[in-house]
Design a protein around this ligand. Structure first.
Ligand SMILES: Nc1ncnc2c1ncn2[C@@H]1O[C@H](COP(=O)(O)OP(=O)(O)OP(=O)(O)O)[C@@H](O)[C@H]1O
Length: 281
């Protein structure tokens, strides 16, 4: 996660050729905690400029997926590529393109906004001057530059989330992961974050994977990946999710796709199929 190439893509830039590659490509990824498998053969893609909502109820496996993509855990089964770079084989190249806002807040409340960002810039190998310049740019974009010298603890929850996003964007990542970033925020703070991120997708080609359990964070331009009980239940635009989820409203379709009974029926039939494959002739 070092300072990477500028996010804006011009046709002649080397980054432009990477624009046709998926920003994130996860293939047949599985993960277990001890004997308990919590991700089952997950495959998904996020393309540059796409705002993709990873929608799943509590326990679906969203944070586990993020932990694998950020290499907190080693992905032993399946593969993960970031702009074509395989995470296991080329971790430095892959992670240099990635920014992350984790579910748990990680700002130091006693440091100022500027100090928190400077600290992160130093960890990413930026010079002091560059770190300061980038911090000011990102704080200005989220409307908090005037408060740069204040301690984080004086900010509201929504403002803290904005600072975390500014920090993640300082290295100019081309793929941004956000894990339940709106939990506990009021409606105005939520829509600020959503609008800001969607604008970065539209105007700068940023690819975003936004994990949430809230269906109302989906808009008509979003792509969706519905994850439930560690499996991708549906993926595509809202129309496709409606079709796969049996129509009605998006909320109805999501409820059906994440229905426990249906999930366990599918598990049972997959297990039966697995048994049949493994049975001797
Ligand atoms: N460190 C761990 N050890 C054992 N099991 C875990 C661990 N972390 C998560 N799990 C289990 O893995 C499953 C997926 O959890 P995960 O946190 O990835 O889901 P999630 O979709 O992010 O849910 P939430 O929104 O509640 O955080 C859950 O059943 C959870 O209990």
């Amino acid at each position: 996660m070092t300072a990477a190439a500028p996010r804006s893509l011009t046709p002649a830039s080397p980054a432009a050729s990477a624009a046709s590659l998926p920003a994130l490509e996860v293939s047949a990824l599985s993960h277990a905690y001890g004997p308990r498998r919590v991700l089952h053969d997950v495959s998904l893609r996020v393309m540059p400029g796409e705002f993709t909502v990873l929608l799943g109820p509590n326990g679906a496996g969203k944070s586990t997926l993020f932990a694998l993509v950020t290499r907190l855990f080693d992905a032993r089964q399946g593969s993960i590529r970031i702009f074509g770079a395989a995470l296991r084989q080329q971790p430095g190249v892959a992670l240099a393109q990635l920014g992350v806002v984790f579910q748990q807040p990680t700002l130091d409340p006693d440091l100022s906004l500027r100090q928190n960002l400077a600290y992160s810039a130093a960890l990413h190998g930026m010079s002091r001057a560059e770190g300061r310049r980038r911090a000011e740019e990102e704080l200005a974009r989220i409307g908090l530059l005037e408060r740069a010298g204040e301690a984080v603890r004086r900010l509201s929850g929504g403002q803290r989330r904005r600072v975390e996003m500014a920090r993640a964007l300082m290295t100019r990542p081309r793929l941004l992961l956000m894990d339940e970033p709106t939990v506990g925020l009021d409606a105005a703070s939520r829509s600020f974050l959503l609008d800001h991120v969607r604008r970065l997708c539209r105007e700068e080609g940023l690819a975003v994977l936004w994990a949430t359990h809230l269906i109302d964070e989906v808009d008509a331009a979003s792509r969706l990946i519905v994850l439930h009980a560690g499996r991708v239940r549906a993926a595509g635009g809202p129309e496709q999710i409606l079709a796969e989820g049996g129509g009605g409203t998006l909320r109805d379709a999501f409820a059906r796709l994440t229905d426990e009974e249906r999930a366990s029926e599918d598990r049972t039939s997959e297990e039966r199929a697995g048994d049949a494959r493994e049975a001797p002739p």
